[in-house]
Design a protein around this ligand. Structure first.
Ligand code: 5GP
Ligand code: ZN
Length: 138
């Protein structure tokens, strides 16, 4: 998908409407059109990157400065017991819109939105193998 076809780039350009929460030179933040809960908000860098690790570190830092502030405002406004910060990267992880974005999802106790995900235990020795493979790529 090219940047020209990207719906979030079109929002940044003002070509399609968005219910904006916050905007400055670095980010655009707006309400998700298909919310999981009231106040479900997206925060995007204005510049187009598909995945988290493709976004330069300095810009990510600037984005996260904004995310903290916006999340605090959402938690207060929605009087929420908590919130999830989610970033789906790639098809397997459920990323539908290929422009890096962060979901802030207000939560209330007992809302049943997510429960704990299924977990397992590593087989003997595997945890060190996995850690070594990742470290090698840093
Ligand atoms: P993803 O699955 O890619 O992490 O999430 C994409 C999110 O973008 C979804 O939660 C979806 O509801 C939201 N979304 C998709 N199209 C639009 C749109 O045109 N406007 C707004 N406000 N949100 C959108
Ligand atoms: Zn884009």
């Amino acid at each position: 998908m090219s940047v020209e076809d990207c719906i979030f780039c079109k929002m940044v350009a003002g070509q399609i409407p968005a219910t904006k929460i916050y905007e400055d030179e670095v980010v655009l933040s707006f309400l998700d059109i298909g919310p999981i809960s009231d106040g479900h908000t997206l925060v995007i860098p204005k510049q187009h990157f598909e995945k988290l690790h493709e976004c330069p570190a300095e810009l990510l830092g600037q984005v996260f400065t904004r995310i903290g502030k916006i999340a605090g405002a959402i938690a207060t406004a929605m009087d929420s017991d908590g919130y999830n910060l989610l970033c789906n990267n790639g098809k397997a992880a459920g990323q539908l819109v290929k422009h890096l974005h962060f979901h802030i999802v207000p939560r209330s106790i007992g809302d049943g939105i997510f429960n704990r995900w299924p977990s397992f235990k590593y087989e003997e020795g595997k945890i060190e193998e996995v850690a070594a493979a990742i470290r090698k790529n840093l």
